[in-house]
Ligand binder design. Structure first.
Ligand SMILES: Cc1ncc(COP(=O)(O)O)c(C=O)c1O
Length: 267
């Protein structure tokens, strides 16, 4: 039998640094070492009892079978209501996709939209998975370093310098993993003004940490600050961080129906 050769897309990406670090933490803990684990974004509270109870009840009722790839009507309604409650933006069922965690939704969105050579702007510091998810789907990550002077956030000038006719996506992660940086409404507005000049560019807003915020007020989403961009924003979220449901693998995204349809075709 000849030796297994992974596909070239696998050799393009590296082992996830956070997964490797988390494995090392488990080893050290097994040796009895006391470790404060900041490797993966894992809330330090348990999944709330009413959520666990509802899942047990659903399983007892036999709700364990295949559902439509677009999710059950009850889950779709819950997601649409949650988005509207948090952002004031109304979406229809055709404008949301549901998957096995935000990570899978982002991966599938890239798979559904990137062709070889398409560029994705990734502001750094970034969640380790973004560039690899772009590379695995034939795209080219364009990393834009955001320094301390801008609070580790993408400025309009830096964004303008990174955009060109090959740009397909810009990623905006607020609150940010790893820095915790949060974009204000005026900062989002200034980025939207730059994006107005690049009508082919889509924006993936990763809002998975929007409920983990210790400032005053609440996190603003790009789509509520710049509703004119709604047709090219994919707002990604999920239950992992907000409800300490990391192992349940449930993520979703809201965006234009044509993009959602392409993503759902791959689900
Ligand atoms: C910024 C960011 N986005 C997405 C994810 C993935 O979330 P999920 O558990 O829904 O796949 C993580 C997980 O660490 C994250 O830090």
């Amino acid at each position: 039998m000849s030796e297994f050769e992974p596909a070239s897309r696998v050799s393009r990406i590296k082992q996830s640094a956070s997964v490797a670090a988390a494995a090392r933490v488990r080893e050290l803990k097994a040796e009895g070492r006391r470790i404060l684990d900041l490797t993966v974004g894992e809330p330090d509270f348990d999944t709330p009892e009413h959520i666990k109870g509802a899942a047990v009840e659903a399983i007892s009722k036999g709700e364990t079978k295949y559902t439509s790839v677009t999710g059950t009507p009850a889950l779709q309604t819950a997601i649409l209501q949650t988005i509207e409650l948090r952002t004031g933006i109304h979406y229809t069922p055709a404008e949301i996709t549901i998957g096995g965690g935000a990570k899978q939704v982002i991966f599938t969105a890239f798979m559904a939209s990137l062709d070889a050579g398409d560029e994705v702007v990734v502001p750094a510091p970034y969640w380790v998975s973004y560039p690899d998810m772009v590379l695995a789907n034939e795209g080219t990550p364009v990393v834009v370093t955001c320094g301390e002077e801008s609070g580790f956030k993408l400025t309009p000038e830096a964004l303008a310098g990174a955009l060109n006719e090959r740009t397909k996506w810009v990623i905006l992660n607020t609150p940010s993993n790893p820095t915790g940086a949060v974009y204000s409404r005026s900062e989002l507005r200034a980025l939207a003004d730059v994006l107005a000049n690049f009508p082919q560019v889509y924006v993936l807003t990763d809002e998975i940490y929007d409920q983990i915020y210790f400032g005053t007020g609440r996190i603003s989403s790009l789509v509520e600050v710049a509703p004119e961009l709604k047709g090219r924003i994919l707002a990604v979220n999920g239950v992992s961080k907000a409800y300490a449901m990391t192992g349940w693998r449930l993520g979703y995204a809201a965006g234009p129906a044509h993009l959602i349809a392409a993503i759902n075709k791959l689900q």
